[in-house]
Each structure stands twice: as structure tokens, then as C-alpha cells.
Design a protein around this ligand. Structure first.
Ligand code: FUB
Length: 337
């Protein structure tokens, strides 16, 4: 059916929701605010939201891979919004090599606020004194930085979790403060670990416990709603698909026991990896993800050229999560149902 006939049949009012749902380039080549991907002038990955007052800050890794390069991630960027539609770019907050003991790889991170300071936990490649990936912690007095190494050495090294058979086991930290004020850090690739942090935020307080849920691959994210704790993560069911999806587990306490709840999303378009970041903002829950559907000039989306997206996150009455589909429209349209 021609565009003219569609317009006649639906009228302009009927056409508007279709145009919005069409996503990024609906209005004369201009992205619809809130549509996906969120940022189109550079490649971004591993989104980690943080709500501070009436703004939501979004920390991302900057994907700079060229050609067939796998990953080239040197720095983290931060954006913020007050309405989930218009985003302010604050630029780089830190480079991997700002940790003097690290030599590369600004991989996935999360920032949380505690006692008025902002604590930035992230994965990097350690120098040869502790080979493999490691988790560092930096701190700032503002959510936009500047962040500086808070410890002067890694918080977690590859050698602290000897079970893993590969050098990138200790990545993708997620941090969560429970109602009693205790802060917990979970992380991992193939194996998922959790430990309590000391009140100083730069040391582990006690044992590291393994909590690996079914099909766990990487990218854990901890959050709580009501009395339920959620562990959402990138999963890989090697028996039936080849790209990561998002799965989740729930628990009655941060210390478990965790119950596997199944897959939450499919794979990100064109992307082996996918990575969740979850936040409640102004009464609405959101899940940030990434895919590799964005092209910039002659650089097409790829493993190391990803693009951050956002969708509504909705709960069933029993606290389980409604399936999430990555859309072009994102949050430019109202939440379903
Ligand atoms: O961005 C580098 C790595 O890819 C992250 O640490 C993983 O979660 C995956 O997204």
C-alpha cells in the first residue's frame, strides 16, 4: 500500500504512533528522542545507569575497534538525562591506564553513590605483576568525575579466583547497597562471584562466594524491588544459540538462595555480547542493553563496535520480569500495556 493511501486511511493522528514506532529516523532523518540506539556519533557498550536526584547518569565503555579488531576500549564516557529523551554528553570520566597498575581495556563498569561520594568499579587488564583481568575502584565527588584510583592497586585480581580456567574471569563488577547499609560486589565471566565490601569501599570484607546461575556468561547486574533481589546477566546456552542473551535469577536475600527464572531477552542484533544495566527512574523501571546495529560512516557495527539501547522493564504481579524485546522505538513511545 502506498504511503499516500496509508495516510488517507489512518489520518495524521493515526499515523503518528506508527511513525514513532518506526524509530530512529522517523522525522526527516532526525532521531526521535528516546529511540535506539541512544548515542549515534560513537560506539558505546556495557551501559551502567546511576540515578542521582532528578538525573539519570549512564556510564558506558567507548568502543573504538577498527576493521577486524576485536575490542579497543580505552576510556569510559558518561551521559545524563532528566527525561530519558534528551541526553547530555559529559565526555570521558576515566581511562583504563589512569589505574597505574593497569595496562589496557576499559571494560564494563558500575558507579554507585555512598556517603556522598561516587565509587566506580570496573574491569581492566592488569599489568604483568598480576596477569589477566582485574577489578579496580576509583572515586569522585561528582557523578561526572574526575574519578581517581581509590586504592592504588586492584581490588580483585585473576589470582584471587583460581577456579577459572581463563584470564578474563574477573570482569564486569556490579555493586549494590542493601537496606542494612552493607555494600556487595558481584562479578565474573563463566563463574559468578559475590563478596561484601568493607565500609571503606576499597576492600573485600570476608570470603568470596561463588553463585554462578545457569548459563551464566558475564555481565551480572544486582538490583532489588520490594522484597526481591534480582541477579540479571548475559547468558549463553551453548547447546542452542551462539550469541549471548539476558537471563535472570531472584532471591529473598542478597546472600541467596538464587532461583533461576529463565531468559529475559533475545540476543542484541549483530552482537555476540549483550550487557544489562537496570534502574528505576521517576517511577519507571528501565533496562539498558547494547547491540551492534549502528553504522558510523564506513564503520559497521561489530563485536567491538556496539551501541547502547534502552527499553522499559516491567514486572508481573509475582515479581517475575516480563520478556524484553530490543526495539528501534525504545522509550520514545509509552510503555506497553
Ligand atoms: O565490553 C567488553 C566486554 O564485553 C564486557 O566486559 C562484557 O560484559 C562484554 O560486553
Amino acid at each position: 500500500m502506498s504511503a499516500l493511501r496509508v495516510t488517507r486511511r489512518l489520518g495524521l493522528a493515526g499515523l503518528l504512533p506508527l511513525l514513532l514506532a518506526a524509530g530512529p529516523l522517523a522525522a526527516a532523518g532526525t532521531p526521535v528522542p528516546g529511540s535506539n540506539p541512544l548515542f549515534r556519533d560513537r560506539f558505546t557498550a556495557d551501559p551502567a545507569p546511576l540515578v542521582v536526584g532528578d538525573r539519570l547518569y549512564l556510564y558506558v565503555g567507548h568502543d573504538e575497534a577498527r576493521g577486524e579488531e576485536m575490542f579497543n576500549m580505552r576510556q569510559w564516557l558518561v551521559y545524563s538525562t532528566s527525561d530519558m529523551k534528551q541526553w547530555t554528553e559529559h565526555g570521558p570520566v576515566m581511562k583504563a591506564t589512569d589505574f597505574r597498575w593497569a595496562k589496557a581495556d576499559a571494560w564494563a563498569s558500575q558507579v554507585i553513590e555512598k556517603d556522598g561520594r561516587y565509587w566506580f568499579y570496573t574491569a581492566v587488564e592488569h599489568d604483568d605483576t598480576h596477569p589477566g583481568k582485574a577489578i579496580g575502584v576509583a572515586v569522585a565527588d561528582s557523578p561526572t568525575g574526575p574519578f581517581v584510583d581509590a586504592k592504588g592497586s586492584a581490588l580483585i585480581t585473576n589470582q584471587m579466583t583460581p577456579k577459572g580456567e581463563h584470564s578474563w574471569e574477573d570482569i564486569d563488577p556490579t555493586v549494590f547497597t542493601d537496606d542494612d547499609g552493607s555494600t556487595w560486589i558481584a562479578w565474573g565471566n563463566r563463574h559468578c562471584y559475590i563478596a561484601r565490601l568493607k565500609p571503606n569501599m576499597i576492600e573485600l570484607d570476608g570470603e568470596i562466594t561463588e553463585i554462578t546461575p545457569p548459563h551464566f556468561e558475564e555481565g551480572p547486574w544486582l538490583h532489588k524491588r520490594g522484597d526481591t533481589y534480582y541477579l540479571t546477566y548475559a547468558s549463553l546456552d551453548r547447546s542452542d544459540h551462539t550469541d549471548e542473551r539476558i537471563s535472570y535469577a531472584t532471591a529473598p536475600s542478597i546472600q541467596g538462595p538464587w532461583t533461576y527464572r529463565g531468559e529475559l531477552t533475545g540476543s542484541g542484533k549483530n552482537s555476540f555480547t549483550i550487557h544489562p544495566g537496570i534502574a528505576e527512574f521517576k517511577g519507571q523501571w528501565y533496562i539498558f542493553l547494547h547491540n551492534a546495529a549502528l553504522s558510523i560512516g564506513d564503520q559497521e557495527g561489530a563485536l567491538g563496535r556496539r551501541a547502547v539501547t534502552v527499553e522499559y522493564l516491567q514486572y508481573n504481579e509475582d515479581g517475575t520480569l516480563k520478556p524484553v524485546v530490543q526495539t528501534d522505538a525504545g522509550v520514545s513511545v509509552p510503555p506497553p500495556g
